[in-house]
Write a protein that binds this ligand. Structure first.
Ligand code: F6P
Length: 531
């Protein structure tokens, strides 16, 4: 059966409406309805998501809700939470929501209670984290561990790095965290220059335990430590993977092996044992608060009616702006320095999940799907690419994110930050009617109607961060569910990895360039000349 959106009457109705009415001015929509802010914003306690500045009216939203019904969104959400096989190309469930369920929940997958398994790993993590923070884990010369080097890449690194920055004020146990992902060796060297081998724990985080970058760095770290100690020091290595045997083969002792499951996607794995390095520095209580925040959003997503449901509203809006209104990007702009890595984190989540052009049933999609996702700290971006957002020819969703708690601002600058957030939102959405003097000067025109979402919350703490992460996970799920694509696979990254593997012997001079494409052969000649 075709999974094309064009099959849905609700989709065709939305298109006809757009063709008939074009896009209303946001300023007109507010003039006609001063209650828009209340009606088009959703909240979960102190977390507010305001969609009132997007140029949609009640009829547009009703059309999107009908579309969600015709795409059986509710059933798809239930399938996700219940552990059905929702990742068809890999034949497995996607149960990141089970990673943050309370211990008394039960969820059977293929006859096994996975909540019990999840909490068993959390308990094991808790033991190691507590011992590390109490100075009871020792390096090869008997001194306690002071530094953790987390080696991983993609979903096995992004979340930890992002959350470590976001929750820096909670990192008070004295342990320092360093993350290494790139394979060129510079990050590893930089980490080595900051640590003492005798007091460092290396955490090798790789779901597959086959990723070239991670294993290469891990092997180099093993040798470095061995040289420093004069013997192999397996106890200073921790592994996190689905593959016990691969961790064993690497040399990681059984008590230091932590497990994730096939049903946890890399980019959804922060709340699993992949979060161990983070938990070590912020403490298990704060890590559990992060999980609680995710669970709060899971519960909200599973139960709130569509019009009040934050991820549903955001996801439908994503479909509207990208597939119906031609938006080609989504800029995430947090006004908090701790969220510096948050855009990169959500970028992986969004683009690896939604960068698809075939449906779950293998047909070419019949509309645009995932857009370019990027971002930067809002204040800095105002002085770099905001010009493009305000007056460029492209259309993107701009998402402004800010805490509101004055008490949390170390110096009394909160009003300045918030005035910028609100001022930018207003300029993007409403623009400005040119004055008589300005009318002739085209460069002084602000068209407005640039799609902007406002996200406000009290303060950046572990629970809020958990809510923000899960909000985007589910927003992405909603978009994928409507588009009919699989948000849990990433086949697109495989070919590049395979080709890179084949080129290693050529670059090492072990085989010739004869079989290669002329462009690759030319580049290799250049590399050999100058490299
Ligand atoms: O780049 C693709 C990818 O598979 C990501 O999805 C994943 O997060 C990353 O590589 C790392 O994979 P692993 O955890 O298996 O090392």
């Amino acid at each position: 059966m075709s999974n094309h959106l064009g099959q849905c009457s609700a989709w065709r109705e939305l298109i006809s409406r757009i063709e008939e009415y074009g896009e209303p001015l946001v300023s007109d929509l507010f003039a006609a309805d001063s209650d828009r802010f209340r009606r088009y914003s959703c909240a979960l306690e102190d977390l507010l998501v305001d969609l009132s500045r997007h140029a949609l009216d009640d009829q547009d939203w009703q059309g999107l809700f009908r579309l969600a019904e015709q795409r059986r969104l509710n059933e798809q959400v239930e399938a996700l939470f219940s552990g059905n096989v929702v990742n068809l190309s890999e034949g497995r469930p996607a149960l990141h929501t089970a990673l943050r369920q309370p211990a008394d929940a039960t969820l059977q997958v293929e006859g096994e209670d996975i909540t019990a398994q999840v909490h068993e790993q959390l308990a094991r993590m808790g033991e190691l984290v507590t011992a590390l923070r109490a100075g009871q884990v020792f390096g090869f010369d008997g001194r306690p561990i002071t530094d953790i080097v987390s080696i991983g890449i993609g979903g096995s690194e992004c979340g930890v790095t992002m959350a470590y920055e976001a929750l820096a004020p909670y990192a008070q146990g004295g342990l320092r965290l360093h993350t290494v992902s790139g394979v060129d060796g510079r990050e590893l060297l930089a980490a080595w220059s900051r640590i003492d081998p005798a007091t460092t724990l290396f955490v090798v985080a790789s779901k597959s335990f086959t990723t070239q970058e991670t294993l290469t760095n891990a092997r180099s770290a093993w040798q470095w430590l061995e040289q420093a100690a004069g013997h192999a020091v397996a106890e200073q290595f921790v592994g996190i993977s689905v593959d016990d045997q691969a961790m064993a083969d690497f040399g990681i002792p059984p008590q230091n092996r932590f497990f994730v499951w096939e049903w946890v996607g890399g980019r959804y794995s922060l709340p699993s044992a992949m979060g161990l390095p983070l938990a070590a520095v912020i403490g298990m209580e704060n890590f559990r608060e992060l999980l609680q925040g995710m669970h709060d959003m899971d519960t909200h997503f599973r139960s709130a009616p569509m019009a009040e449901n934050i991820p549903v509203m955001l996801g439908l809006l994503g479909v509207w702006q990208i597939s119906l209104r031609g938006a080609s990007g989504h800029a995430l702009l947090p006004y908090h320095p701790g969220l510096r890595r948050f855009p990169a984190y959500v970028q992986q989540l969004d683009m690896e999940s939604l960068g698809k052009s075939v449906t779950q049933t293998g047909e070419q999609v019949d509309c645009s799907t995932g857009a370019i996702f990027w971002g930067e700290i809002g204040s800095n971006a105002q002085h770099s690419f905001f010009q493009w957002l305000h007056q460029g020819t492209g259309r993107v969703i701009t998402e402004l994110v800010s805490p509101v708690d004055e008490q949390d601002c170390p110096i009394d600058h909160q009003a300045l930050i918030l005035s910028n957030v609100l001022g930018q939102a207003e300029a993007l959405a409403l623009g400005r009617t040119p004055s008589a003097a300005e009318a002739a000067a085209e460069h002084r025109h602000y068209s407005g109607n640039r799609p902007v979402t406002l996200v406000l919350f009290k303060r950046l703490d572990p629970r809020t961060l958990g809510r923000l992460v899960a909000m985007h996970e589910h927003r992405v799920f909603v978009q994928a569910a409507i588009w009919g694509i699989n948000p849990f696979d990433q086949w697109g990254v495989e070919l590049g990895k395979q080709l890179a593997k084949q080129l290693v012997p050529v670059l090492r001079g072990e085989s010739g360039v004869d079989q290669l494409n002329p462009a690759t052969a030319g580049a290799i000649d250049w590399i050999k000349r100058w490299g």
